[in-house]
Design a protein around this ligand. Structure first.
Ligand SMILES: Cc1cc2nc3c(=O)[nH]c(=O)nc-3n(C[C@H](O)[C@H](O)[C@H](O)COP(=O)(O)OP(=O)(O)OC[C@H]3O[C@@H](n4cnc5c(N)ncnc54)[C@H](O)[C@@H]3O)c2cc1C
Length: 467
C-alpha cells in the first residue's frame, strides 16, 4: 500500500454495479445458507430445557423478561441458598404467575425449606449453564482445550477477557495484568498446535492464530467523557504497553467499540497508538465500527484515511452495536437527541453501505463482518464476489455460543469465520450474559426471527430498504 492511494467511494456511486443481479445473488446465496441450518438450532436456543424455556418465556412475557434479567444480574453476588430462594420468590413470584399460576406457586418458597433449597439449586444451575454457553472458561489456561477444539474444526478465534466498568485503579491494573498474562499463555501454547496452521493460506487474519479483543474502558477506572484528555493519555500508555507484549508474542489486537460516551476516547487511543512510529508497522491493528450509530459511515471513512496516512492497513470489524437498548433509554430519559438509528432497517441498511465501503478499500483494511444476520453476511459475501474481492481479503466474525449452525454454514461456503470468545469469572460474565439474552429475545433480533418465530426465509433475506 502506498501513502498516496486514496479511499475508493464506489459504494456511493455504484452505477456500474448491476444492483438487481447482486440482489438476486444475495438471495440465492442466503437461501443456500438457510438450507444448511434448518436441521440444526444453535445450542443457546435449544440445549437444555430450562435455558430454552427461560428464553421462550422472556420473549413472550415482557415483565418476566425484565424480572428474570434483574435476577441474573444479582445472582452471582448472593452467597447463600436462602438468599437465592428469597430473591427468586421476590423477583419472579408475580411475573411467573402471569405465565401460569402453578409456575408462580413453584417459584415461591420459604428460604430454608426443602422446596426452597431445590429452587435455589435449579435456578443457580440453569443460569450458570446459560453463562457457560457464552463463556469458554474462567482463565486462559482453562480455555486452551476449547480454543484448540475450535481451531481443530477450522474456526479462528479472538479472545475477550470479560470485565465490565471497573471502579478502582487496582481493578483496572488487575485487568491489564490478565491481558498481559493471557497473551503470554496463548503466545506460548497456541502456535504449537497442529491446527494452528493457517485455515486460509495468505489470509492476513491468519498471519497468526492468536488474536485478542480488548475492552479499553476497563483498563482505566476513571475513563469517562468528562475526563477525556486524561483518559486518552492514560489509555494510550496502557494500550501501548499491551501492544508491546502483543508484538513480542505475535498476537493480533482488536479494540472493541463500547457505548457512545466511551467511543471517542477509544478511537483517539487507537489512532495515537497505531499511528505512532513505534507501532506503525504493527500488522492489522483492529478497530470496531457500529453501524447503528448515525455517524458511523463518516467514521469508517476517517478510519480508512487513518490507514492511508499510517501507510499500513488496519482491520475493521463492522458490527451493528450492542448498546442500543441502554443508550436509547438513557437518551430519552435525558431528552437528548439519540445518536443511534431508531429503525432497525436503518441500521441494517447502513451496515450494508459500510460493508461496500470497506470492500471497496481492501488495500487499506481487512474487513471483518461481525453479525449473525444471514442477510447482512450474504450481502457482504456477494458484494465481495461482484467486486473481485476474494475470501482471502475479508472475514466473518460471530459470537461464541450464539449461532454455531450459521458459523458452520458460512464456513462450508469457503469463508474464514472467527469466533469472538469471552473468558472470565461469572460476576463480570453476568453483564455480558444479560446483553446476549437481551439481544436474543429482542423483537428485532434476526436470530429470534430465524430460530423461534420462524419467519419466512424470503422476509428474512429482504433488502433492508424494502423492509
Ligand atoms: C464477533 C462480534 C464482535 C462484536 N463486537 C462488538 C463490539 O465490539 N461492540 C459492540 O457494540 N457490539 C459488538 N458486537 C455485537 C453486535 O454489535 C450486535 O449486537 C450483535 O451482533 C447483533 O447484531 P446482528 O447483526 O447479529 O443481528 P440483527 O438481529 O440483525 O441486529 C440486531 C442489532 O440491530 C440493532 N437494532 C436493534 N433494534 C434497533 C432499532 N429499533 N433501531 C436501530 N437499530 C436497532 C442493534 O444494534 C442490535 O444489536 C459484536 C458482535 C459480533 C458477532
Amino acid at each position: 500500500m502506498t501513502k498516496e492511494s486514496t479511499i475508493s467511494h464506489t459504494s456511493e456511486d455504484n452505477t456500474h454495479l448491476d444492483c438487481s443481479l447482486l440482489e438476486k445473488e444475495v438471495k440465492v446465496f442466503g437461501q443456500e445458507i438457510f438450507r444448511q441450518i434448518t436441521r440444526d438450532k444453535p445450542s443457546v436456543l435449544n440445549s437444555k430445557f430450562w435455558t430454552s424455556k427461560i428464553m421462550q418465556w422472556s420473549m413472550q412475557f415482557q415483565r418476566f423478561k425484565t424480572d428474570m434479567f434483574r435476577l441474573v444480574d444479582v445472582l452471582p453476588s448472593l452467597s447463600s441458598s436462602n438468599s437465592v430462594t428469597a430473591h427468586v420468590s421476590e423477583y419472579l413470584g408475580e411475573s411467573a404467575r402471569e405465565i401460569h399460576p402453578v409456575i408462580g406457586w413453584g417459584v415461591k418458597a420459604s428460604p430454608g425449606s426443602l422446596r426452597g433449597k431445590l429452587i435455589s439449586l435449579t435456578v443457580q444451575k440453569s443460569v450458570y449453564q446459560m453463562a457457560k454457553q457464552f463463556i469458554a472458561g474462567d482463565s486462559p489456561e482453562n480455555a486452551l482445550r476449547e480454543l484448540k477444539r475450535l481451531r481443530g474444526s477450522q474456526l479462528a478465534f479472538t479472545v475477550d477477557l470479560l470485565g465490565e466498568y471497573c471502579v478502582s485503579e487496582q481493578e483496572a491494573l488487575d485487568y491489564f495484568e490478565r491481558y498481559r498474562k493471557a497473551m503470554e499463555v496463548f503466545g506460548e501454547h497456541v502456535p504449537t498446535w497442529d491446527s494452528s496452521k493457517p485455515i486460509l493460506e495468505d489470509h492476513p487474519g491468519e498471519r497468526t492464530p492468536v488474536c485478542v479483543s480488548v475492552k479499553l474502558s476497563a483498563l482505566y477506572s476513571q475513563c469517562y467523557a468528562l475526563n477525556y484528555r486524561k483518559s486518552v493519555d492514560i489509555l494510550t500508555e496502557r494500550l501501548s504497553e499491551l501492544v508491546r507484549v502483543a508484538k513480542q508474542k505475535n498476537v493480533q489486537v482488536y479494540c472493541d467499540a463500547e457505548d457512545t460516551s466511551h467511543n471517542p476516547i477509544i478511537y483517539a487511543v487507537f489512532r495515537n497508538v497505531f499511528g505512532s512510529p513505534e507501532f506503525q508497522d504493527y500488522p492489522y491493528p483492529g478497530i470496531v465500527i457500529q453501524a447503528y450509530a448515525r455517524d458511523s459511515f463518516a467514521l469508517a471513512e476517517d478510519m480508512l484515511e487513518f490507514a492511508r496516512k499510517r501507510g499500513a492497513p488496519i482491520a475493521v470489524r463492522l458490527v451493528k452495536g450492542a448498546y442500543w437498548d441502554s443508550e436509547t433509554v438513557s437518551c430519552s430519559q435525558k431528552s437528548w437527541e439519540n445518536p443511534l438509528f431508531t429503525k432497525k432497517s436503518d441500521s441494517d441498511r447502513n451496515f450494508e453501505r459500510i460493508t461496500e465501503l470497506l470492500l471497496d478499500n481492501t488495500e487499506l483494511c481487512l474487513p471483518a463482518f461481525g453479525s449473525h444476520n444471514i442477510r447482512s453476511l450474504s450481502h457482504a459475501c456477494m458484494y465481495a464476489k461482484h467486486k473481485g474481492v476474494t475470501t482471502k481479503q475479508y472475514e466473518l466474525q460471530m459470537l461464541y455460543g450464539m449461532a454455531e449452525p450459521i458459523a458452520r454454514a458460512f464456513q462450508h461456503s469457503g469463508q474464514l469465520v472467527r469466533l469472538y470468545v469471552p473468558l472470565g469469572e461469572l460476576i463480570p460474565g453476568m453483564g455480558y450474559l444479560v446483553r446476549r439474552l437481551l439481544e436474543n429475545t429482542s423483537n428485532e433480533s434476526f436470530l429470534r426471527h430465524t430460530f423461534f418465530d420462524e419467519h419466512a426465509i424470503d422476509t428474512l433475506l429482504r433488502a433492508p430498504q424494502d423492509s
